[in-house]
Design a protein around this ligand. Structure first.
Ligand code: ATP
Length: 244
């Protein structure tokens, strides 16, 4: 029998009901262990991740779409291993970086949003339609031909999110999406996350953002030390840092 390979084959064996699974996951940078002993299954619509600076949250977030491949154990997205099916995993899990400048690479707003689609070989007409639709939805339609680097911080974050959403991933990981934003834009991003049909994992220091989430993980010293509904998880986080 011939082995089937590539995105179509991967999609054929994928099982979205499995969500994202971490099986015996640990990660090291050189000698330094930054995550250890992670056994989790992430299936909820909205999951938050909190923890002190340097606790391992960004590394955790990056594991979920294969940006980081675990040193130990496996991360499976819909049953697909991030170590061996990276391309298909990234189609399924979009990633929004804390600093939108890290994600904005093309001169104009429309070109920047269309870039990923072009990469995937989506025909020009469909590309234009999908870009226009997503820019319209996030209030950036009037900026389509403007230089992306001249947008405000909040608009840049919206642009970075639009660039992910236009790819239609089933899940989106946000790494501190509101850290650089003022209160107005923080609220705007919170509403946007709330309204998404995609399943989301949001790393944040903004505890108010977690209201209404289904599940919150508290990371400390590279381990998940609490895993609960938002109120008890945030209480556990506050208790953890109370005497530091
Ligand atoms: N590429 C890397 N190479 C070496 N060490 C790294 C690398 N990325 C992160 N680290 C280290 O791993 C640890 C965890 O970092 P990580 O960015 O995952 O934490 P974090 O919880 O997201 O922190 P913060 O809240 O400050 O963003 C830190 O000690 C950091 O210095």
């Amino acid at each position: 029998m011939r082995l089937r390979r590539g995105p179509a084959a991967a999609a054929a064996v994928a099982d979205p009901s499995r969500g994202i699974e971490l099986q015996g996951v640990g990660h090291t940078y050189g000698e330094r262990t930054v995550l250890t002993g992670l056994d989790l299954r992430l299936t909820e619509q909205r999951i938050g991740v909190v923890g002190t600076n340097g606790s391992g949250k960004s590394t955790f977030a990056r594991l979920l779409n294969g940006l980081v491949v675990p040193a130990v154990g496996s991360v499976l997205v819909d049953g697909l291993d991030t170590a061996t099916a990276a391309r298909e995993v990234r189609r399924r899990v979009g990633f929004v970086f804390q600093d939108p400048d890290a994600q904005i690479v093309h001169p104009t707003v429309a070109e920047d949003v269309g870039y990923g689609l072009e990469n995937q070989g989506v025909p020009a007409a469909e590309r234009a339609e999908r870009v226009a639709e997503v820019l319209d939805r996030y209030g950036l339609a009037g900026h389509a031909d403007h230089p992306a680097h001249l947008l405000s911080g909040g608009q840049k974050q919206l642009l970075a999110i639009a660039g992910v959403l236009v790819m239609r991933p089933a899940r989106i990981v946000f790494d501190e999406p509101t850290t650089l934003l003022d209160l107005v834009n923080t609220r705007r991003i919170a509403r946007l996350v709330e309204g998404l049909e995609q399943a989301v994992v949001v790393v944040t220091h903004d505890l108010a953002l977690l209201d209404g989430f289904d599940r919150v993980l508290v990371v400390d010293g590279g381990r998940v030390v609490a895993d609960d509904r938002p109120a008890p998880a945030v209480a556990a986080y506050r208790a953890l840092v109370a005497d530091r």
